[in-house]
Design a protein around this ligand. Structure first.
Ligand code: NAD
Length: 476
C-alpha cells in the first residue's frame, strides 16, 4: 500500500489546502503517486499534536523509550525489501544500494535503542566553592527535521531515532522528490508503540514558508537539517530569531587521495565505493580523486575497468548496478560538469554523454587530467562522474584537499599507517576514511566542519543534539 497523505497526530489527513503534487519514478518518468502538500494550518496541527505527545513521552523511562525503538528496528529489519523497493521507485537507486540504505536506516533504531539508556551526566565536587556540580541532560523540546531526497529512509531515521531516544517529539518535512518512504515508515512506528502525535510527517511544495513558520513557534527548540549548504544557511538564519539548537548536515566536496605506496586494488575498491555508492548522489561521494603520478596510470586503468563493468538500467531490475539520477535537473547538472571539465582539458576515459530514451540516466563516467579550474573540482558533482587529478608532493595534495569551504569527509589510501594517520590529522574534515571508501556507521559521529555543517548524527553525540545540558549547583 502506498501512503500519500499527511501524517498528523497518528492519522492520515488530506491537507488543509487540498493541494497535491506528483512524485515521479526517475527510471520511467511516470507518475508514481499524488501526495498531499502541507500548508501552515497543517504545520500548526502537527505542532499541537507533537507538543501534547511529548509530555508523556519525555516522562517515560529511558528503558521504555528504548524498547519502542528496539521494536521499530525489529519491524523494519523484517521488511527491508519492501522499503528498498519503495526507495528505488521514488529515488531511482539500484536494488543493492536501496537494500543497503534500508538496512542502514533500520540500524539507527537499534543503535539509539541502546543509547537511550546512556544519557550519562556527572556529579562532582566544585574545586573551590564546596558545592556539588550535578550535570544532566534533558529532552530539548519539539524538533523540526528536514531531509533530502538522496537517502529517503536513512536521513529520516538518523534524526527520528535519536530524537525519540532523547524524549523529543518531531515533525518531519521530507524532500518533495521522495516523500513516500518516510510516509510508509509511519504505520511501522505506530506498530512499534510510538504514540500518536510523537512523529508527524508533512510533505510540502511550500517547504520554505512551512519550515520557516515552524521555526518561529516557541514550542520548537531544535532544527535538524540535512541538505545543501545554501538551504542550511537560510535555516540557520530563521533559527536565529528563536536561538534554536541547530544540527546541520550540509554539502561536501570529498577528496580521495591515493598515495604511491597504496595497495592499488584496495584503493580502486575504496574509490568505487566512495564514488558509486548511491550513484554518487551522496554528500560523502568522492568528488576529487587525487592519485600520485607514479601510480596514476595503473589506478586509472583499473578504476575505469571497474566502472565499465557496471550495468545501468531500471534499479528494480535484477543485475542493475546503476539506476537513474533523481530528476532531470540533477542529470543536467552532472552533464554540465562533464562538458565544462572537458572544455578545460579533461580527458574522457569512460562515459560522458546523456543517453537517449526515458529516465534520468547518466552513465558511469571517468575523467582524467581534470584541471583545478574545472567547476567539478569546486562544487558537488552529485552523480556517477569520477574526476581524477594527479599530484607528486604530499604537502601539495594536503593543501589542495583542504582548499574548499566544505569539510565533511576525506579518504586516504596508503600502506604506511604512520603516514596515513599523519595525513588524516592534517585534513580539515569531520570524518576521514583511511584505506576505506565508506565511513557511515550508526555507531560513529557523522558530520562535517567548515561549511559542511554543525553537530553530529549517530554515535553518542547524535542523541545529545536533541538534549539540553542542565547543571545544578547543590549543597547538602
Ligand atoms: P536541498 O537543500 O535542496 O533540500 C533538502 C530539504 O530541504 C528538502 O526537504 C527540501 O524540500 C527542503 N528545502 C528546500 N528549500 C527549503 C527552504 N527554503 N526552507 C526549508 N526547507 C527547504 O538538498 P537536496 O537537493 O534534497 O539534497 C542534496 C544535498 O544534501 C547535497 O548538497 C548533499 O551534499 C546534501 N546532503 C548532506 C548530507 C550530510 O549528512 N551532510 C547527507 C545527504 C545529503
Amino acid at each position: 500500500m502506498t501512503y500519500t497523505d499527511l501524517y498528523i497526530d497518528g492519522a492520515w489527513r488530506a491537507g488543509s489546502g487540498g493541494v497535491r503534487f506528483d512524485v515521479i519514478n526517475p527510471a520511467t518518468e511516470e507518475v508514481l503517486a499524488s501526495v498531499a502538500s502541507a500548508e501552515i494550518a497543517d504545520a500548526d496541527a502537527a505542532m499541537d499534536a507533537a507538543a501534547a505527545a511529548m509530555k508523556d513521552w519525555a516522562a517515560r523511562t529511558p528503558r521504555a523509550r528504548s524498547e519502542v525503538l528496539r521494536k521499530a528496528w525489529e519491524l523494519m529489519t523484517a521488511r527491508l525489501p519492501e522499503f528498498a523497493r519503495l526507495i528505488t521507485l521514488e529515488n531511482g537507486k539500484a536494488r543493492a544500494d536501496a537494500m543497503g540504505e534500508a538496512t542502514y536506516a533500520a540500524e539507527f533504531f537499534r543503535w539509539f535503542a541502546e543509547e537511550a539508556v546512556r544519557a550519562d551526566g556527572i556529579i562532582t565536587h566544585a574545586p573551590a566553592s564546596g558545592a556539588r556540580i550535578i550535570v544532566q541532560h534533558k529532552p530539548a523540546g519539539l524538533a523540526v527535521l528536514v531531509t533530502p531526497w538522496n537517502y529517503p529512509a536513512a536521513m529520516g531515521t538518523r534524526k527520528i531515532a535519536p530524537a525519540l531516544a532523547a524524549g523529543c517529539a518531531v515533525i518531519i518535512k521530507p524532500a518533495s522528490e521522495t516523500p513516500l518512504t518516510m510516509l510508509a515508515l509511519m504505520p511501522l512506528l505506530a506498530e512499534a508503540g510510538v504514540p500518536k502525535g510523537l512523529v508527524n510527517v508533512l510533505p510540502s511544495r511550500k517547504s520554505g514558508a512551512l519550515v520557516d513558520h515552524m521555526l518561529r513557534d516557541p514550542r520548537v527548540r531544535v532544527v535538524s537539517f540535512t541538505g545543501s549548504t545554501g538551504v542550511g544557511r537560510k535555516l540557520l538564519q530563521s533559527a536565529a530569531d528563536q536561538v534554536l539548537k541547530p544540527a546541520m548536515e550540509l554539502g561536501g566536496n570529498a577528496p580521495l587521495i591515493v598515495f604511491e605506496d597504496a595497495d592499488i586494488d584496495l584503493a580502486v575498491q575504496g574509490a568505487m565505493l566512495a564514488k558509486m555508492r548511491n550513484l554518487g548522489e551522496a554528500c560523502t561521494a568522492a568528488n576529487r580523486i587525487y592519485v600520485h603520478a607514479a601510480v596514476a596510470e595503473a589506478f586509472t586503468a583499473r578504476f575505469t575497468a571497474a566502472m565499465a563493468a557496471l550495468t545501468m538500467g531500471n534499479g528494480l531490475d535484477e543485475g542493475v548496478d546503476v539506476g537513474p539520477l533523481v530528476n532531470a535537473d540533477t542529470r543536467d547538472k552532472v552533464a554540465a560538469f562533464v562538458e565544462d571539465a572537458v572544455a578545460k582539458g579533461a580527458r574522457v576515459e569512460l562515459g560522458g554523454f546523456v543517453p537517449q530514451g526515458k529516465g534520468y540516466f547518466y552513465p558511469p563516467t571517468v575523467l582524467s587530467n581534470v584541471p583545478e579550474t574545472a567547476a567539478c573540482v569546486h562544487d558537488e558533482i552529485f552523480g556517477p562522474v569520477a574526476a581524477i587529478q594527479t599530484f607528486t608532493d604530499q604537502e601539495d595534495v594536503i593543501a589542495r584537499a583542504n582548499a574548499t569551504e566544505y569539510g565533511l569527509v576525506g579518504y586516504v589510501f596508503t600502506q604506511d599507517m604512520k603516514r596515513g594517520l599523519q595525513v588524516c590529522e592534517r585534513l580539515e574534515y569531520g570524518m576521514v576514511g583511511l584505506n576505506r571508501g565508506l565511513v557511515s556507521d550508526p555507531a560513529a559521529p557523522f558530520g562535517g566542519v567548515k561549511q559542511s555543517g554543525l553537530g553530529r548524527e549517530g554515535g553518542h553525540e547524535g542523541m545529545l543534539e536533541f538534549m539540553e545540558t542542565q547543571y545544578i549547583s547543590a549543597s547538602w
